[in-house]
Design a protein around this ligand. Sequence first.
Ligand code: SF4
Length: 407
Amino acid sequence: MTTSSRTPIVPASGMGFYVHVPFCKTKCPYCDFNTYQGIENLIDPFLPALTSEIECWGETLAHPAVKSVFFGGGTPSYLPPGYIEKILASIQESFQVAADAEITTEANPGDLDAAACASILSQGVNRLSIGVQSLDNNLLNLLGRRHQASEAIEAFQTARQAGFDNVNLDLMYGLPNQSMEQWQQTLDQLVGLAPEHISLYALTIEEGTPMHRWAEEGKIPEPDSDLAADMYQYARESLATAGYHHYEISNWSLPDRACDHNLVYWQNGPYLGVGPGAHSHLGDYRFWTVLSPRDYNTKASAWAESIVQPINELLESALKEVPTLGGWEHISVETACSETMFLGLRLLDGLDLSKASTLTGIDLAKKFQAPIQECIELGLLEQDGNCLKLTKPSYLIANQAFTRFLE
Ligand code: SF4
């Protein structure tokens, strides 16, 4: 079977590039990401494995353009000095990374001293995303974070002094025992730092995590969704007053500082993910890498010895040859249309139905006429010409709109 010609695998405008770093110094009790503590012995062999995978993908995809790079995880800042630089050099050798590409790394506050900030900046990273999560020490302890509130503030100031002029700060709300007053203080302090970008995530207690067990055993209260909604509302108002643009359900930025890399996801654009468990979306396919860092290291290194031929059109046959893959699936036209709708609607300025129709090759206004009309009647969406967007009251219940676009 060949891929359809609905979209080129990587358009000339380029793709996003995600690097998954699976190492954390300690595992937080609420985290269900593919990250591990206590596997430091795999850090050294991870570098040649990762650069092998990067090189092999570069050859396979014929060295396409990259418009953003994102080091996530996991804790990229836990890697030894110079490590990120080597990964970045490998990406630059195998792909055409735009000169103005946004290059982000996630970082834990405890890792960001002056030397680390200077090193990360000199390695070519131009955007930092710091996992602050809270500025209340009791809540940070409950979250199992290895930093104190004062360290988070110092980390931000140190990053600024080192020369980072594009910084995101992550915060969590709806935490067990978190009061509205604590949330307001944390958010006000954070706004006082004037970062370029702020991401706010409500805690979801995932099955299989220690925090889920604590909630079942009654050791912590179940999340209070009404209080979380009030916290979100407070954030919306205070961030608007402080001049932040609310551009995605969970994301705010100063003018022109939206995250280019995450926009690729929300615009249902192409991206390649490398490293264990990383997901990719290229052409009409979605695929993901093996989860186990140990398997990944072995398979990525083996791939370099038996590289597949460069291809542009037969991605599926190439995928069958990629030893690091954990799985893949073909994205049908129906799925591509649904995803374009509900990912695009996460962007609060709205989805341009005309542009999105060009992207998918399908008239989306016509295809989704009934659910669009239903959502408008229910007050979930509003339409202005080609622009379809969530109404403000529906931000926290956006899934009620999104599910109507699933076939
Ligand atoms: S630092 Fe981040 S990725 Fe690592 S365990 Fe904690 S929440 Fe998960």
